[in-house]
Design a binder for this molecule. Structure first.
Ligand code: NAD
Length: 319
């Protein structure tokens, strides 16, 4: 089986590609290695994938239709998992055009080429951010999500609508996955757990928003997410959106305590007001993914942070 995964130099794409290569899949990756965060981390992930002879990388921008067409001309794919996107809620406030290019133009390029190539299914990344600042928890897929509060969230909701249209018009099977705050080894340095570990290790203050009060996130460990994506790739539904979260949010303060415990360091906290575009809580209702995909997240925040810190200390050579 041959799969196209976009965003393979990224956190989730890399983690998925690694598991599928180990399972004997042929994997074609696409990434533009942009400098939204440390490019060396992306190159290091990619080096690991390139050790496997069944991996082939195209370094290109998905908003460049002509370059993208070549990938589909040169390969025949059984499956496609589209994870490349400009991520980040806060960054989208000041950098709207990057989101328009990667998440809107890039998304249309991808889904249209998948349709033209006669590939039956299109699995893609959506986000828990589509739920906006609703206080109705847990977040259920049936909720109205027509009031996104960041441009990032808007592009992800737009992706779900475009996917529906491609299903309606062309019968393409589309599966959107709303990921909830994913973390773990080889994670994203712009996200809280990674960022806090990095700042603590340098003796810097960590920014704690909303003064550390009432902030909760449904932190979800990368292996559980990869397992959910693989189940989505294997499924045969027509047009669905699934929450992929842990289904059990943790307090920000608890997350900091656990990082301190495993890092063996104390955090210096910089208590700040709530950020624009941010929400107080994310909380995944995992019933649908459990029932329809057999998704079963297992890793607790304590276990996951322990594994993350182990990797973090080794990667950055911290004693
Ligand atoms: N990590 C999370 O908690 C989380 C939560 C919700 C949704 N998501 C979504 O999951 C997907 C993967 O996220 P991630 O955490 O691995 O992020 P990531 O930034 O680590 O990975 C995305 C990869 O896509 C690449 N990319 C970006 N724009 C591109 C373009 N125009 N052309 C080609 N490559 C491009 C980047 O270089 C990067 O390597 C994204 O769609 C993201 O929006 C992630």
């Amino acid at each position: 089986m041959k799969i196209l995964i976009t965003g393979t130099a990224g956190f989730i794409g890399f983690s998925l590609a690694k598991v599928l290569l180990n399972d004997g899949w042929e994997v074609v990756g696409i990434d533009n290695f942009n400098d939204y965060y440390d490019v060396k981390l992306k190159e290091d992930r990619n080096k690991i994938l390139e050790e496997n002879k069944n991996f082939k990388l195209y370094r290109l921008d998905i908003s460049n239709l002509e370059e993208l067409k070549k990938v589909f001309k040169e390969n025949k794919f059984d499956k496609v998992c589209h994870l490349a996107a400009q991520a980040g809620v806060r960054y989208s406030i000041d950098n709207p055009y990057v989101y328009a290019d990667a998440n809107l133009v890039g998304f249309v390029n991808m889904i249209n080429l998948v349709k033209d190539a006669g590939i039956k299914q299109f699995v893609y990344a959506s986000s828990s951010s589509v739920y906006g600042d609703t206080s109705k928890v847990p977040f259920n897929e049936k909720e109205d999500v027509s009031k996104p509060i960041s441009l990032y969230a808007t592009t992800k909701k737009a992706n779900e609508l475009i996917a529906y249209t491609y299903h309606h018009l062309f019968g393409l099977k589309t599966i959107g996955l709303r990921f909830f705050t994913v973390y773990g080894p080889w994670g994203r340095p712009d996200m809280a757990i990674f960022k806090f570990a990095q700042q603590m290790s340098k003796g810097e203050e960590i920014p704690v928003y909303n003064y550390g009060k009432d902030m909760k996130r449904d932190f979800t460990y990368i292996d559980d997410i990869v397992d959910g994506i693989i189940k989505a790739i294997d499924c045969d539904y027509d047009n669905e959106v699934f929450n992929l979260g842990k289904g059990d949010p943790d307090e920000l303060g608890e997350m900091i305590n656990i990082i301190e415990k495993h890092m063996g360091m104390k955090a210096k906290k910089d208590l700040l007001p709530m950020q624009k575009g941010d929400v107080l809580i994310t909380y995944s209702d995992t019933y649908k993914a459990k029932k329809m995909l057999g998704y079963n997240p297992k890793i607790t925040l304590n276990e996951g942070i322990e594994k993350f810190v182990e990797w973090f200390k080794q990667y950055y050579n911290i004693k």
